[in-house]
Design a protein around this ligand. Structure first.
Ligand SMILES: [Zn+2]
Length: 304
């Protein structure tokens, strides 16, 4: 089982003394867990000893089922009756999974590079995404965009999408000024990369660190030099139906949903089981850390 590979990548060791001299006494404990006996110190333990799961009423198969269904993009309201926990518990479980993905984002994300496209939408009231007025006259477009703030009801969601390769990054910004956009680019895109945007002035600062090209959308989609944002715009057509399922996401939770989307999109070329395995790994680190158990193994436990 995947969990065992995550927890014991270098083989089972005793949770009390660290010895690898352990024997597996029953292959099935509580249905799916193994139980071990340490020959060095006589301690009994299981696959979940010293993890949150040992105290949780939610067993591993349920966690695993939830991971799998979340990866499909299904909302909790649908998954909850299938795993037989309360809605509140299911929601908490989903938040833990998403938070684990968020906490470990630097491990699975890498800087976008090569040719990158930018595009932005306002997410109305933390709900369904609405396209910015790209096709409307320029003056009006500028006015509309400048007003969208996090505090208002239309926070700006910007997307950086690598043209070749799976890198996709969505970020909810507190404000939509050019400094905020540059900051976002700087943290997520390799300096020197090419970035294609539309002619909105919010992207102006990108020139300082990137090969920045823009296309005036009121006139054309692709310039003669091949500048376009079609890949980024296509991303919205994938994002919006996915987003629409989660009606009424509170603003403070939006980042959790974005990170889940981003993870799936970034690893879309991998098989679903490979994504589950990764998620399970992050979940394990996250859950066990809560108990103060070091995720990187026994060696960092204090020696008595
Ligand atoms: Zn032992």
């Amino acid at each position: 089982m995947a969990w065992r590979e995550v927890r014991w990548p270098e083989g089972v060791y005793c949770v009390a003394c660290g010895s690898h001299d352990v024997e597996c006494r029953t292959s099935s404990y509580r249905g799916h867990l193994r139980r071990y006996h340490c020959l060095a110190c006589d301690k009994w333990f299981s696959d979940v000893t010293d993890t949150t799961l040992a105290h949780s009423k939610v067993d591993l198969p349920r966690w695993f089922y939830l991971l799998r269904e979340l990866d499909k993009g299904r909302p909790i309201s649908q998954i909850q009756p299938e795993i037989g926990v309360t809605y509140k518990t299911a929601l908490r479980m989903a938040r833990i999974v998403r938070e684990a993905l968020y906490e470990h984002r630097d491990q699975w994300r890498s800087l976008l590079q090569g040719e990158v496209e930018a595009d932005d939408i306002h997410v109305k009231g933390g709900q369904q995404g609405r396209q910015v007025t790209h096709r409307e006259p320029r003056e009006r477009g500028l006015k509309e965009r400048g007003r969208g703030t996090y505090e208002g009801d239309r926070p700006l969601l910007c997307a950086w999408v690598a043209r070749d390769g799976p890198g996709t990054l969505l970020e909810l910004r507190r404000d939509a000024g050019k400094h905020a956009l540059f900051d976002s680019a700087w943290r997520h895109i390799e300096p020197g990369s090419r970035i294609d945007t539309d002619t909105w002035s919010g992207y102006n600062l990108l020139d300082a660190a990137y090969e920045h090209h823009s296309v005036k959308h009121s006139e054309q989609y692709v310039t003669a030099e091949g500048v376009h944002c079609n890949t980024a715009e296509a991303e919205w057509s994938i994002f919006k139906p996915w987003w629409r399922q989660f009606r009424g996401v509170a603003k403070r939770h939006v980042y959790q949903y974005l990170i889940q989307y981003e993870f799936k999109r970034t690893y879309r070329d991998r098989s679903a089981p490979e994504r589950w395995e990764m998620m399970l790994g992050f979940l394990y680190v996250f859950l066990t850390r809560w108990l103060g158990f070091p995720a990187d193994g026994y060696s960092s436990l204090p020696v008595h």
